[in-house]
Write a protein that binds this ligand. Structure first.
Ligand SMILES: Cc1cc2nc3c(=O)[nH]c(=O)nc-3n(C[C@H](O)[C@H](O)[C@H](O)COP(=O)(O)OP(=O)(O)OC[C@H]3O[C@@H](n4cnc5c(N)ncnc54)[C@H](O)[C@@H]3O)c2cc1C
Length: 389
């Protein structure tokens, strides 16, 4: 597309989660005319529910392209934070709280060597702490921890605040956001190019291009529009605790649970990985297991009050990687979905790459591992978990 055309390009973005909303914002900043279509209210699903940890989970299990994508995305957070603060006055609580992985004698998997090798290869600052140093740096951790790894530069954001700020920035920018607008299909011109999206109430909204960013629902919707996209919900339950601010200093990551301390003393504990379709609601067994793991890993939080519990559907994929880019043979149709456990960390990078790409700029990163038409590969430890109901 030529720049004159792209400046006026009307893009229908399906889905008002962090991926859809932020890509719409970036499209607007590049001069296009995005429109967000959200069937419920924006920012209420996975993007609201997540923990907001800004680093890849077990990146050593993924191809290098994933680390490159996430690094490119994390590098955009300072600018995004400043932009949202300036334009909306809102604070998304982006801060480098650091992330600590403690080790215990009875751990099932020892990630230490793989994590250290990955950190050295990609230049991520990491400190190896023995048992005493671990307790000094993070007194809430159990006395039986044999040591830990600490990444002091790892950051976090507070999801509901991020979503609210992005939504406000869209409003201020005059980007049209339609809530209660469920997309059910696509209409195409005779030459196959995207012409419009079809809403559940019968309305057709014309567009030069369409971006499918419907999170966990992208797989279902793709089927309606004749596209094979194996994105499935992976449910994650979370329990929110409250204690005195600063009691927990770092994000704590363990295979049994992670803990994310917010500035005001809230600690978010997550999260299950359940392949149960779109079955909503929290369950006593899962919340009990998260609380039990917290008491074992971080006994310093034993007195923390349980405030709330919730769940969300991560948009899971068989190989754990998102689908990003144009759909072969369907001119005007694009996908940004399947961000699974990393969608908040990957959001600015996704929004930046996809918005530029849609307007004709070739991405600076090799995007072939994220192609929409890549063959399905089920990759056990990082892809979809075993179906549980
Ligand atoms: C418990 C939990 C913990 C997590 N922790 C982290 C973390 O620490 N760090 C991290 O980076 N990521 C984390 N994630 C993952 C991250 O939250 C997701 O990858 C990300 O939010 C996906 O964003 P999205 O916009 O694609 O999906 P969503 O936020 O789910 O948004 C999709 C939107 O599309 C709308 N929609 C669906 N169908 C239609 C339709 N037909 N028409 C119109 N609209 C439609 C939905 O209503 C929804 O609002 C976590 C997720 C969960 C659940």
């Amino acid at each position: 597309m030529k720049s004159g055309e792209s400046a006026n390009m009307r893009v229908a973005v399906i889905g008002g989660g962090i991926i859809g909303c932020l890509t719409a914002l970036y499209l607007h900043r590049l001069g296009a005319r995005p429109l967000v279509l959200e069937r419920g209210r924006t920012g209420q699903e996975s993007s609201w529910a997540g923990a907001g940890i800004l680093c890849p989970i077990h990146p050593w299990l993924y191809p290098d392209s994933f680390t490159h994508l996430i690094e490119a995305s994390l590098a955009l957070y300072p600018e995004l934070d400043a932009y949202l603060r300036d334009s909306t006055g809102m604070d998304i609580e982006w801060r480098k709280s650091g992330l600590l992985i403690p080790f215990f004698a009875d751990d099932h998997i020892d990630h230490r060597e793989a994590a250290l090798a990955w950190s050295r290869r990609f230049g991520w600052q990491v400190e190896e702490l023995d048992a005493r140093q671990t307790r000094e740096r993070e007194p809430a951790i159990g006395g039986d921890a044999t040591g830990s790894l600490l990444w002091p530069e790892v950051g976090q954001v507070r999801n509901p605040r991020l979503l609210a700020a992005v939504r406000r920035a869209l409003e201020i920018s005059g980007v049209e956001v339609r809530e209660g607008a469920e997309v059910t299909g696509l209409n195409e011109h005779a030459d196959g190019r995207v012409a419009s999206v079809q809403l559940a109430d019968g309305e057709r909204i014309s567009a030069d291009a369409v971006l499918l960013a419907a999170g966990s629902w992208s797989g279902e919707l793709a089927e309606h529009i004749g596209l094979r996209l194996p994105v499935e919900p992976v449910k994650g339950q979370i329990v929110l605790l409250r204690d005195r601010p600063g009691l927990l200093r770092h994000i704590i990551k363990h295979d049994d649970a992670y803990m994310v301390p917010r500035i005001d003393g809230h600690v978010l504990v997550g999260a299950s990985m359940e392949r149960v379709g779109f079955r909503r609601g929290t369950t006593e067994d899962v919340i009990g297991a998260l609380l039990g793991a917290t008491r074992r890993i971080a006994p310093g939080l034993a007195q923390a009050r349980v405030v709330e519990q919730w769940m969300g559907f991560r948009p899971g994929t068989p190989d754990g990687l998102p689908y990003l880019g144009p759909v072969e043979g369907r001119p005007g149709l694009w996908v940004a979905s399947g961000h699974y456990r990393n969608g908040v960390a990957l959001a600015p990078g996704t929004a930046d790459i996809i918005s530029r790409w849609m307007l004709g700029e070739v991405p600076g990163l090799d995007m072939s591992d994220f192609r929409v038409d890549r063959p399905r590969r089920d990759v056990g430890p990082i892809g979809l978990p075993v179906r549980s109901g």
